[in-house]
Design a protein around this ligand. Structure first.
Ligand code: KG4
Ligand code: ZN
Length: 344
């Protein structure tokens, strides 16, 4: 079974082809990605209307690229998958519309996928695929959640952010430091030259006793430091970046460990854009090694949004029988859609 996946929930257009044969894990045949980051950078953040228009321009050429790389033709595709939500409504509608039009033209069924389930299952595309059950730390630009994952479609929420997401904390702090959009990777690069102890920044909800997060106060603390530093900010940017990254990473690591302790599970899956952060990976690896816990990540290039994770999630849902593809080609999108509300 060949599954074509289309991702268009935010500012990356991703298309991929995944092959699922028998009971084994599906494998990635080819994928292609176009990032709109440079287009949105001028505005300091994603402009939804521009994002939608650009997805329209990119999806079909990227699909052609994927088919050529995989040495396939569209007629060989068995199912067309697309991101149904959460994300920007207009951007989602482009992907859903193209996927359903393709499905109708090819006479093949279509399936809508949850974007976060894509992130969650993306480590199954790596050479070191996890086994169920596991704790998942989902850290993206819009979400920060700890989930207990029993199997495909069986997700229980353990804790989540009550305000900003971890990626948002990286991006907003980076903006305050004048690092542009999206700031997470830039802040992380700058942090390598800084002293993480230089500024005492809050670790919100660190000792709350539950598995929830809060990052809005951290951004305010970074703003206060920027104001205090005034003209001397340029000389201290690396120290402030390192201190900010350390605060975010410490909370993510401590809460992940608490989730492992409270569930008794011995596997951790880290997914979403912030999962590409080197300091987070190093500290999670160290904390988990001490506990005999195995940590699984997606390949670095599949940490941020991509089509491969959408094709993979669709293939795994179809394989495990939790969802069927359909041929009525009627579609809707779900800009707000909690992962734990996903019917299994
Ligand atoms: O999963 P993703 O690509 O998109 C969403 O679904 O939101 O995550 C994007 C987020 C952004 O906030 C970006 O700044 C952050 O992931 N990010 C990073 C790094 N790479 C991406 N944050 C910290 N360090 C990184 N290396
Ligand atoms: Zn994402």
């Amino acid at each position: 079974m060949w599954v074509l996946g289309i991702e268009s929930s935010c500012d990356e257009t991703g298309v991929a082809l995944v092959r699922a044969e028998g009971p084994g894990l599906p494998g990635l045949a080819a994928h292609a990605l176009y990032s709109q980051v440079s287009m949105h950078a001028a505005y300091g953040g994603v402009v939804p209307e521009l994002a939608s228009r650009d997805h329209i321009r990119r999806i079909l050429p990227l699909t052609g690229e994927v088919m050529a790389r995989a040495g396939c033709t569209l007629t060989q595709v068995d199912v067309v998958a697309y991101t149904r939500g959460p994300g920007l409504a207009g951007a989602l509608l482009v992907g859903a519309g193209v996927a359903c039009a393709l499905g109708a033209a090819l006479g093949k069924p279509v399936i809508g996928v949850h974007h976060l389930e894509g992130h969650l299952l993306s480590p199954f595309l790596s050479d070191d695929a996890p086994e169920f059950p596991f704790v998942a730390l989902l850290v993206s630009g819009g979400h920060t959640q700890l989930m207990r994952v029993e199997g495909v479609g069986r997700y229980a929420l353990l804790g989540e952010t009550i305000d900003d997401a971890a990626g948002e904390a990286f991006d907003k702090s980076a903006k305050l430091l004048g690092l542009g959009y999206p700031g997470g990777p830039a802040l992380s690069r700058l942090a390598q030259d800084g002293d993480a102890q230089a500024f005492k920044l809050p670790r919100p909800l660190l000792h709350s006793g539950d598995l929830d997060f809060s990052f809005a106060g951290l951004k305010t603390a970074v703003l206060t430091q920027c104001k205090k530093l005034g003209d001397t900010l340029p000389d201290r940017r690396a120290d402030l970046a390192a201190s900010t990254e350390a605060a975010i990473v410490e909370v993510l690591v401590k809460k992940s460990v608490a989730a492992l302790d409270s569930t008794g599970l011995t596997r951790l899956v880290v997914a979403g854009g912030v999962g590409a952060n080197r300091s987070l990976r190093a500290q999670l690896n160290a904390a988990c090694a001490r506990r005999g816990v195995r940590v699984h990540y997606p390949q670095l290039e599949l940490c941020t949004d991509n089509g491969a994770m959408i094709a993979m999630a669709a293939a795994m849902r179809l394989q495990s029988g939790v969802q069927q593809a359909h041929t009525d080609y009627a579609f809707d999108v779900r800009p707000r859609w909690p992962l734990h509300a996903l019917a299994s």
